[in-house]
Design a protein around this ligand. Structure first.
Ligand SMILES: [Fe+2]
Ligand SMILES: [Fe+2]
Length: 265
């Protein structure tokens, strides 16, 4: 069985389309949240998840978008506060928001004899499970369904946008990375993801065309809060290596760091 594991599309349909071109023979797709916010096309990104029958959980940015949309607080936002979340809410429709609202916090499933649990993030902050004790405790408290003695256990997380595997004595957690944007210190601009084929994990990435995304970023420059505009440069093109302006790079990093340390609701 071939599983495609993706996460953190962040209103970017370009990355997932490039991934799908390479992995169309997947038997099932699982997604670990954050389909909206911090990108220019949440409608297409959410539509992709919906149209491909993806087994999807919600992320903290999806909750943020839902809250902003339902409160109606995306109208008449001043320029020094106009953010991606407001833009996303303005172009999303009721069906997109309802889809996000219907997503579960986590999904448990079995494939090729291995027990899996997928959710966006672990814990109230930005941390991830880093000990056997916490792995076992979290599994016992959250896994729904029976596991056989000695059965391999795997958790899938997103949120950090850092592609990695952490191995424990009787299980592992993996993060496929983001199918959209990079952290400021990440030189690659590819879309990251994971494939699990007959139980064997493969961490992969692929280039994608960010030009349509950057075109929207530039369109919004006159009306968007400077910090959010600059952050978008990181997402879809700029890195520390090619950033010409130290001042706005620092501003973007500070803004980005603050946004991503908010607790999951
Ligand atoms: Fe994210
Ligand atoms: Fe997140």
């Amino acid at each position: 069985m071939k599983l495609l594991i993706v996460s953190d599309l962040h209103a970017n349909p370009q990355g997932i389309r490039a991934i799908w071109e390479k992995e169309k023979d997947a038997d099932a797709i699982y997604a670990a949240g954050d389909y909206s916010d911090y990108g220019p096309d949440p409608v297409a990104a959410i539509g992709w998840i919906r149209d491909h029958g993806v087994h999807a959980v919600y992320g903290n940015h999806d909750k943020r978008v839902i809250k902003t949309y339902r409160e109606g607080s995306y109208h008449d936002v001043p320029k020094d506060r106009y953010s991606w979340v407001h833009y996303n809410c303005q172009i999303m429709g009721e069906s997109d928001v309802a889809f996000l609202e219907g997503l579960p916090q986590h999904i448990c499933f079995e494939a090729d004899g291995i027990a899996y649990m997928i959710q966006h993030q672990y814990g109230p902050r930005y941390e991830i499970i880093e000990s056997q004790y916490h792995f076992d405790k979290y599994w016992a408290e959250n896994y729904i369904g029976p596991t056989r003695p000695g059965q391999e256990r795997r958790m899938i997380f997103g949120h950090t946008h850092r592609q990695m595997i952490m191995q424990f004595a009787n299980g592992l957690w993996l993060n496929p990375g983001s199918a959209s944007y990079r952290r400021p210190d990440e030189p690659s601009k590819d879309a990251f993801y994971a494939v699990i084929e007959n139980g064997v994990i493969s961490l992969r990435h692929t280039p994608y065309d960010a030009a349509p995304l950057n075109a929207v970023v530039e369109q919004l420059k006159p009306v968007m809060w400077d910090a959010e505009y600059h952050v978008a440069h990181y997402f879809f093109g700029m890195t520390e290596a090619d950033g010409p302006d130290d001042a706005w790079m620092e501003m973007a990093k500070a803004h980005f760091s603050k946004e991503n340390h908010k607790p999951m609701e």
